[in-house]
Design a protein around this ligand. Structure first.
Ligand SMILES: [Zn+2]
Length: 212
């Protein structure tokens, strides 16, 4: 991925207000950061979502993907659009889209989706990969259903997650820039007493736990 196109995608995210800089946020995995990517601001604009998904579909187009699987709920619009663009590249238009749902600390394929991934070439599509933990759980539930993982695609790989670390054959992303992230104990913003944002991310939960 060239630096120019990465800048282009960052500009798209800036334009829809999804890139929040110079704050103090608590991420899904409990890490703290000065930057937050408000992915729901991206999917609120289908024009931007489709443009990003189209590019991601191009990166995944050589993998012979038969089923796109996304973790519910946030990544569903992007995964659906990626599957749509991939199906346009195939004469028989049979690329499917399904989503995995949270369950007991993992993910599972309900609604008969386990039957749709069985023995098929599956790609996991996620919006933002922060630690890779969610992708890993989705990969696990596809493998339990005997689906074949051919790759993972995401808009932003913000923690530098690697193909090998995830145990998948391929990891594609539009943006690979790494963002600052600290553990709660080592967070310089906490040290300086910068107020934690409670509107975005998991700040409210973090503060409630601290007070408990
Ligand atoms: Zn902090």
């Amino acid at each position: 991925m060239s630096a120019i196109s990465e800048e282009f995608y960052l500009e798209l995210l800036r334009r829809c207000g999804a890139l929040r800089l110079n704050g103090h946020y608590v991420l899904q995995n409990g890490g703290h950061s000065d930057t937050y990517v408000a992915k729901s601001d991206v999917t609120a604009l289908p024009g931007i979502t489709t443009a990003l998904a189209d590019e991601l579909a191009n990166l995944l187009s050589g993998l012979g993907v038969e089923v796109v699987v996304s973790p519910a709920i946030g990544a569903i619009p992007i995964g659906f659009e990626v599957a749509f663009h991939l199906s346009q590249l195939r004469p028989d238009s049979t690329v499917r889209f399904v989503y995995a749902e949270k369950s007991d600390g993992g993910f599972e394929l309900n609604r008969g989706y386990d039957q749709l991934v069985r023995d098929r070439r599956c790609a996991v599509v996620e919006d933002i990969v922060t630690s890779g933990a969610t992708v890993q759980l989705v990969v696990d539930c596809i493998r339990r259903a005997n689906g074949n993982i051919v790759g993972v695609g995401c808009i932003w790989n913000r923690a530098g997650a690697a193909t090998e670390g995830l145990g998948v054959p391929k990891l594609e992303s539009l943006i690979t820039r790494q963002l600052s992230k600290w553990s709660a104990e080592e967070c310089p913003l906490c040290t300086r007493g910068v107020p934690i944002n409670t509107e975005l991310g998991h700040g409210a939960e973090f503060l409630a736990k601290q007070q408990a």
